[in-house]
Design a protein around this ligand. Structure first.
Ligand code: GDP
Length: 171
């Protein structure tokens, strides 16, 4: 299929926050609790229409594990969007966003569009408030969305927002 734009978007965040499930939900509309945790790097495509243009998103996710640090600069290279994911039921994964944000500043293009995503909002045990996360996002010049890869809430719209903002920059 032909397309007008190709945007590389990377998912980052601690291991277990749901990066692979978010990618699967977005690109396949599927959630597979059985799927093994990502080893190394994987990507998948999805094309959407933005203001009459076919925009192909290349969505990458990786394991957050230390042993894959060597791939970092290659992972970010050429990316125009980043989705910084944490788990709303695990404050530690929210606190870790500081480190993920500084890694982004180190390796990604300075114009990269960044969306902070609070995932797993289907769970009843939320421990990070929307207000707190919004404050963090705003303070870093990012924007904020909430998702559930499990039931699909917010996933399309988070990627659409990222793509729209990238589109506004490149167009
Ligand atoms: P990654 O290491 O960040 O890629 O995380 P995974 O996508 O492998 O997900 C880690 C675990 O969280 C898996 O057991 C998933 O089934 C679960 N998970 C991911 N997203 C959600 C969600 O939105 N809701 C719930 N309840 N569980 C989720």
């Amino acid at each position: 299929m032909s397309y007008d734009y190709l945007f590389k978007i990377v998912l980052v965040g601690d291991c277990g926050v749901g990066k692979t499930q978010i990618r699967n939900r977005y690109t396949l509309d599927e959630f597979n609790p059985q799927s093994k945790s990502t080893i190394g790097v994987e990507f998948a495509f999805k094309t959407v229409n933005i203001d009459g243009n076919e925009v192909k998103g290349q969505i990458w996710d990786t394991s957050g594990e230390e042993r894959y640090r060597a791939i970092t600069s290659a992972y970010y290279r050429g990316s125009v969007g980043a989705v910084l994911v944490y788990d709303v039921t695990k404050p530690k994964t929210f606190e870790a966003l500081e480190n993920w944000a500084s890694q982004l500043r180190q390796y990604a293009d300075e114009n990269i569009v960044v969306c902070v995503v609070g995932n797993k909002i289907d769970l009843p045990t939320r421990e990070v408030s929307t207000a707190e996360a919004e404050r963090f996002a705003r303070g870093n010049g990012f924007f904020y969305m909430e998702t559930s890869a499990l039931d699909g809430t917010g996933v399309e719209s988070a990627f659409r927002q990222v793509m729209k903002k990238i589109f506004e920059i490149v167009d």
